[in-house]
Design a protein around this ligand. Structure first.
Ligand SMILES: [Zn+2]
Length: 498
């Protein structure tokens, strides 16, 4: 049975259940996270289907081309030079939008799980690479590959985020498979609908010409995303990562922002769910690990009945709202988990040097935060947290540090604070772990209306339609595309079917 928890509900039972879930997240140690387009929804990536979106721009450039979204992401597009050109332009424009956007609260939350040593692995269908921007090494990144002769290998242990559909920030040679970052130069070529020559192939061709050997074909570069009906170039390695994660017995599975329609992803989720559930019954002492063994699904639309017995909880709401709540309740219920970081901030604050007025931003957030948490105190009092003697921060355990913060906080209100390098550290601390309201203020998507906030290849969450990246791609008629939904599902994530 799936327990539905409406995020907006105000009744005590729902509140308690959500609180208990948050506490479980805080207690688990090997969490697997599976995500889809819904988690990038709030980052302001334009919905390519909306009239003023990317597709309209592509249409301007190619007025005579009629291409459905799905055809634009099918491996067969390379058979035709026009559809190849449209594909290049489209992806380049999409990449530009992604470059201009920022990771959202959910991406930061996954990073926080990793920072707290709770993340076993993140698997995403998204190609936006936002996970890498918050510091999670992606399977598509250059740093994830070990250098060596021949084909480079993936350093599976270091990969934190498995990119099931590739990475829009990388390009790959269609001939020799050499990979490169998508540079500005490449991007400009793609924007024109063309494709850059592969440097690796060019080098080899030159060398052959120099020794008068037979000439070889120079391959062209393409965006390193996985299209329908083509295998993932890292399929074998991703399969290995998944097997290894299953062996390590994850104690929680969190699925966010995906409607779970793609065949390969379904399979992956089911396998992890089975292992996670096994975890809860494996425990030698019954009830000793009540927090473990949960499969949580956070999405605006509920899972179908197919997921009975696989998903335990459906949290109905946006992933951003949910992660904000989890963090809030985690900090309240297990303040000890957050102590070290606050101590570091205190130490930083003690080391004050002159710097630019820009720092006042940080100062303000430090101050506000203190104020805010002070206000929350009465609530904390009911939580069996021993009262501290200072009114500053409930979380701090030693009076010394509390005093330091109190002192430095007051000091900061009148003095230009930290050096730029310090600032960066402090800043990131607060951007990744500040309160939900703070994060919302910092978020770049604020000014965007709902229609502009789409997903990579999906539809806005306000719709009940499918949210998966490769699920629902028709630009002309989303409904029509649903009529033949699974044509390429199997092959899209084929490598995972090991
Ligand atoms: Zn090449």
């Amino acid at each position: 049975m799936i327990t539905h928890l409406d995020f907006a509900a105000r009744d005590v039972a729902t509140k308690r259940a959500l609180e208990s879930l948050s506490l479980s997240v805080a207690k688990c140690k090997k969490i697997v996270v599976v995500t889809g387009a819904g988690i990038s929804c709030s980052s302001g990536i334009p919905d390519f289907r909306s009239s003023d979106g990317l597709y309209a721009l592509v249409k301007e450039q190619y007025p005579d081309v009629v291409l459905k979204g799905r055809d634009l992401f099918d491996a067969s597009l390379f058979r035709d030079s026009t559809s190849t050109a449209v594909f290049h332009t489209f992806i380049a424009q999409l990449k530009q939008s992604i470059d201009a956007a920022e990771p959202g609260p959910t991406h930061h939350f996954i990073q926080t799980l990793d920072g707290k040593k709770k993340l076993l692995r993140s698997y995403t269908q998204n190609i936006d690479g936002f996970e890498a921007r918050v510091g999670l090494l992606g399977s598509g990144s250059h740093e994830a590959k070990s250098e060596g002769k021949g084909k480079s290998k993936l350093r599976t242990k270091d990969v934190k985020n498995v990119q099931l559909h590739g990475d829009i920030h990388r390009v790959r040679c269609r001939s020799c498979s050499a990979e490169y970052p998508c540079s500005r130069e490449y991007l400009d070529i793609f924007l024109q609908g063309d494709a850059p020559d592969c440097p690796e192939c060019l080098g080899r061709a030159k060398a052959r010409a120099a020794r008068s050997a037979r000439t070889i074909k120079v391959g062209s570069l393409r965006p390193a995303i996985v299209l329908y009906d083509e295998p993932h170039p890292l399929g074998d390695e991703i399969g290995l990562i998944q097997s290894s994660d299953l062996t390590r017995k994850p104690d929680m599975l969190i699925i966010m922002g995906t409607s779970l329609k793609v065949h390969g992803l379904k399979k992956l989720v089911k396998e992890f769910a089975r292992t996670v559930h096994g975890h809860s019954t494996d425990s030698p002492k019954p009830n000793s690990k009540k927090h473990a063994g949960k499969v949580i699904f956070v999405n605006r639309t509920p899972p179908s009945s197919e997921w009975n017995g696989i998903i335990d909880f459906h949290v109905e709401g946006t992933t951003d709202e949910w992660v904000a709540r989890v963090l809030e309740e985690w900090k309240k219920s297990r303040p000890q988990d957050w102590e070290v970081q606050k101590t570091l901030v205190a130490a930083e604050n003690g080391d004050v040097s002159m710097s630019s007025p820009l720092n006042f931003k940080v100062v303000a957030s430090t101050k506000d935060r203190t104020k805010k948490e002070t206000k929350k105190k009465p609530r904390n009092d009911g939580e069996n947290v021993p009262p501290t003697h200072e009114s500053t921060d409930m979380v701090l355990s030693t009076p010394d540090i509390a005093a330091t913060i109190a002192k430095s906080g007051a000091f900061f209100t009148q003095t230009p604070p930290l050096s730029p390098s310090k600032r960066r550290q402090t800043n990131s601390h607060y951007t990744s772990e500040s309160s939900p309201s703070k994060r919302r203020t910092l978020s770049p998507m604020k000014g965007l209306d709902d229609s502009a906030r789409g997903l990579l290849f999906g539809v806005p969450q306000t719709s009940s339609m499918d949210l998966d990246v490769f699920d629902d791609l028709s630009m002309e008629s989303p409904v029509k595309s649903k009529a033949k939904p699974l044509r390429r599902g199997r092959s899209t994530v084929r490598p995972l079917e090991l």
